[in-house]
Design a protein around this ligand. Structure first.
Ligand code: MG
Length: 393
């Protein structure tokens, strides 16, 4: 069996964030074709602003590395692609690209075997897949609005865990780092929002806080401890920017709240200090950014040896990322919860031929071979990024 063609689709998201700015998320899908008529789908690098077209272009240049190869050789092809970027940093952009191919090859293997991917990964440890809900607060800016959205989008929908970044003052600087501080008013508003959500959802609902790596060490310690004391948060995520393990250690040593990191750690190698030095209570590898189904399975197994639970990061990924992550966590013992974006469910399902099903706060996979779900190519073609053209084969 040989890979005969790879087609790349870069899709533009036109939605807005909670302060009305264009998200400009871009989703990149790959279709891998074979000489036996079996086709696999993958998703690559959905990170953020303007990277989708760059990623699609890179895939178009790199795809000759896999054309003519046997799609069953997933492990070898992962290394072949990963090592192509060795001299400019294999992690991040390179792993996001590799993940697109990796996922498509798992999809092909599952279809050939007539089995869902979780069966190829060791079999099912659980069904369905427990979720935590993100992006349930569109348009909210006051504690009252958050409380109302929590009732409608979390409780009424059957969720028992959510995530939010309540420090709205930081939203314009999202993913940027300036002085790492927040005003007293912004800090208090954040506390009030979380308290209002806790009041609404009650004591048994998990409230996870995403700090988006916005803070310096003393600010992160103060926010995490206050939120834990006031509202019993389940984790404080990315307290400081991801570059410094030493800063993370400092926060960890002075914080009562559980810590979660990992969406900006790439491959098994970046997770070594986290496990060895016990720098986090939870990890959240992103199935695309860190290198695909193969890599998350490996990271999860490493975490298992330390009894650290895994909660894969998904947002802002597309539907293939969500499904791919669900296959991995279906097969691992040390699973906590899978992220999903409530806001994106409808767009995700427009992209797919068969919609995925979320019920009672859990994702129910359809049990079909491979991923079990495929993008609708007509939809992809109708929603391409304006700067993207699908190459003819
Ligand atoms: Mg995050």
């Amino acid at each position: 069996m040989k890979i005969t063609n790879v087609t790349t689709y870069v899709v533009a998201d036109r939605s807005q964030n909670q302060i009305g700015a264009r998200m400009d998320w871009q989703w990149v899908f790959l279709k891998v074709e074979t000489d036996e008529g079996v086709t696999g789908w993958g998703e690559a690098g959905a990170s953020a602003r303007a990277s989708g077209v760059a990623m699609g272009t890179a895939i178009e240049h790199v795809k000759e590395a896999v054309i003519g190869e046997n799609p069953m050789d997933i492990e070898r092809l992962w290394h072949k692609l990963y090592r192509r970027f060795s001299y400019m940093g294999s992690r991040g952009f390179g792993t996001s690209l590799t993940a697109g191919f990796d996922t498509a090859l798992w999809d092909i293997k599952g279809k050939v075997a007539g089995m869902p991917i979780y069966d190829l990964l060791g079999g099912r440890f659980r069904d369905p897949v427990r979720l935590y809900c993100n992006v349930w607060f569109r348009g909210c800016s006051t504690p009252e609005q958050y409380a109302e959205a929590a009732q409608k989008n979390l409780l009424d929908e059957g969720h028992d865990a959510c995530k939010l970044d309540p420090f709205l003052e930081m939203v314009p600087f999202h993913t940027m780092y300036q002085d790492g501080q927040i005003s007293n008013e912004g800090e208090q508003l954040g506390y009030d929002i979380v308290a209002a959500v806790r009041e609404t959802v009650g004591p048994n609902h998990e409230i996870l806080i995403d700090a988006h790596g916005h803070y310096n060490v003393p600010t992160a310690i103060r926010l995490a401890n206050n939120l834990y004391e006031q509202s019993n948060i389940g984790w404080f995520e990315e307290p400081v920017p991801p570059e410094s393990y030493d800063a993370l250690r400092e926060v960890r040593e002075h914080t009562a709240a559980p810590i979660c990191v990992g969406e900006r750690l790439f491959t098994r190698y970046d997770f070594i200090p986290i496990f060895r030095d016990r720098l986090a209570d939870y990890i959240m590898p992103d199935t695309i950014w860190t290198g695909g189904i193969s890599e998350v399975k490996k990271i999860a197994t490493m975490a298992e040896a330390y009894y650290i639970p895994v909660a894969p990061h998904v947002v802002p990924g597309g539907p293939i990322e969500l499904i791919a992550a669900a296959h991995v966590v279906s097969s691992i013992p040390n699973f906590y919860r899978l992220e999903h974006s409530q806001f994106n469910i409808s767009t995700h399902n427009e992209m797919l031929k068969e919609p995925y099903v979320i019920k009672d706060g859990a994702l129910h996979l359809n049990g079909k071979p491979g991923l079990g779900y495929e993008p609708d190519e007509e939809w992809l073609l109708a929603n391409l990024h304006p700067d993207w053209e699908v190459a003819s084969s």
